[in-house]
Ligand binder design. Sequence first.
Ligand SMILES: [Zn+2]
Length: 410
Amino acid sequence: MNWISYVIIVLVVCGLILEWIVELLNLKAADPKLPEEFEGYYDSKRYSLSQKYLREQTLVGLWHSLYSTGILLSAIFLGLFNWMDQWARGFGFNEIFTGLVFIGLLGIASSLLHLPWGIYDTFVLEEKYGFNKTTWKTFLFDQLKGLLLSIVIGAPILYGVLWFFESAGAWAWAWVWGLVTVVQIFLMYIAPVFIMPLFNKYDPLEEGELKTEIETFAKKESFFLQGLFKMDGSKRSTKANAFFTGFGRFRRIVLFDTLIEKHSVQELVAILAHEIGHYKLKHIFKAMAISILSTGLMFLVFSFFIKNPTVFAAFKMESLSVYASLVFFGLFYSPISSIIGILGAILSRKHEFEADHYAKERYGDPEALITGLKKLSVDSLSNLTPHPLKVFLEYSHPPVLKRIERLRQS
Ligand SMILES: [Zn+2]
């Protein structure tokens, strides 16, 4: 044990305590009285079901984080990282390939350790509340496809990152930043056509009233509809959604089949107007710029952290390496990445209000968006009264009642 060991314990335990405090406050804030705005949408039975769902989801999450923390601390203090490192070095590869084996092994171990929680979440929790539609076959294939993608895409990127940090000297962080940014933009560009279809089916939205209404609105806004797709969200869950993805030639607007099923044409166009608002107001571009800048900051800070002997001693490692530095760095960077996450969430909530405002002004039917939002909340049993601290730290969208309140203001 050296002083870094104590820093690790403080970081991990404080993170856990903070999470428990926030979640318990959030549970306490759940108001058993149905908010007036939702009368007629929620009956008292379904509303109390939503609070039961919240409680159960929260408890599972809390146990999961306790489990992860226990495993992380045991792995550090039992010297498991060193054991894996020695195993990876046993193959006699060069530093970079040894790093790929080490990180690959860690990735597989961590996926396997978290798999039971994923199974519980999908087949017990979501099933119990009637959301789950995922079959075992879909679940299994999702895992395999995820693994395959991380090998095909993740391994070459990791190879590049390690190579630059091994051989590019003081400016390695800038080269890595450039590489990761180029790959990130390229992946965002091709994902709608080459990656997302591996998981879901995307069909062009069929002719009919909905398509005509959307086209009329898009034309009025001089928004070029590149692709309007319906996705088989019902393959995994009854929960509904809509999103905007990609840019340039491959960009798409996607509506879940579950969304189309449960909403009126006006509600759907209002929801779509909100999505178009994100595009028109350049939210996607802004979010991407911030993500690129924070990646640069991360690699810059990392470059001062590489092969720190005190850190390696705290992790009980026999040999110093760039790849293990990369793994350990995640832990020490977590306070900074949390702060960036909170700032990102603040910006995202601001963008949501702006996109709502855009939809209201341009589509001119605020009630359609309001009933659309209400139906979405009731349908997914979402928490209507989250604690403000939880919202501040984590919510990417403002609570639905706040959004409705804003939409009603003239
Ligand atoms: Zn939005």
